[in-house]
Design a protein around this ligand. Structure first.
Ligand code: SF4
Length: 230
């Protein structure tokens, strides 16, 4: 497949998902700092659980870098119990808040002004922040054109035949980064559409008859047969 036809296919898949699901308006947060904390809280849990933890932090007046950096981790942990692994996440949030203050003046604009690769490298060095969390912060809080990869992305595009089975994070990210325009707005909503598709149709046991991209046009179709077809 040529680079331009791969780009066209990825764009048509996005357009088809967007037509089916509508624009997703991500990230669901009131401030960039809330997005950063939300990215940590959402590690390995559903957004519903992370959102409950965010609501608790807000209700307690704790969704603030200064308060989180100065807080006892036990106090943070008690507020974020719904996000699971709350002791670990409390330490990560406190450490991240300290760095946000010490190195970025607690100003998301200062963070966003840093060169993308250097910022990614710095955030990946923070204990407990992996590639998905860091890329979520880069894209959704700093508006950097970085494609976020999650389990849905790997599963869907592997099933579709555009990636090998069990692709790595980096291999999956390159599929989008190398073939799509580097556009933060496009990357923002493309990832959100993928999450929607993963929840609605491309589950572990896929519901292919409900999948808007099962057959986009003659040559652009999913390579995985519907398991319920005779
Ligand atoms: S057709 Fe089925 S396996 Fe393929 S992307 Fe859609 S839900 Fe997933």
């Amino acid at each position: 497949m040529t680079k331009s036809s791969l780009r066209d296919d990825l764009l048509v898949i996005y357009d088809t998902l967007r037509a089916a699901f509508g624009y997703q308006h991500w990230w669901p947060a009131e401030t960039p700092f809330e997005t950063m904390v939300g990215a940590i809280l959402a590690q390995t849990v559903s957004w519903t659980n992370a959102a409950k933890a965010i609501a608790n932090l807000k209700d307690a007046g704790m969704l603030d870098p200064g308060r989180l950096a100065a807080a006892d981790t036990g106090d943070i942990a008690r507020l974020i119990v719904p996000s699971r692994f709350y002791n670990q996440k409390a330490e990560r949030i406190r450490e991240f808040s300290r760095i946000h203050i010490d190195e970025f003046q607690a100003d998301p604009a200062v963070m966003a002004a840093m060169e993308t690769d250097a910022l990614r490298k710095r955030l990946l060095a923070v204990r407990g922040l992996g590639k998905e969390t860091v890329d979520t912060i880069l894209l959704y809080a700093c508006e950097k054109p970085i494609f976020v990869v999650d389990a849905y992305t790997r599963r869907i595009f592997s099933r579709y035949g555009l990636l090998p089975e069990n692709p790595s994070y980096d291999r999956t990210q390159r599929l989008f980064a190398d073939n799509l325009p580097r556009d933060a707005g496009l990357f923002n909503d493309y990832h959100a559409q993928i999450v929607m598709l993963g929840k609605i149709a491309c589950r572990k046991s896929p519901l292919c008859d409900q999948c808007p991209i099962r057959m986009v046009h003659g040559s652009l179709r999913c390579g995985t047969p519907d398991p319920r077809d005779p």
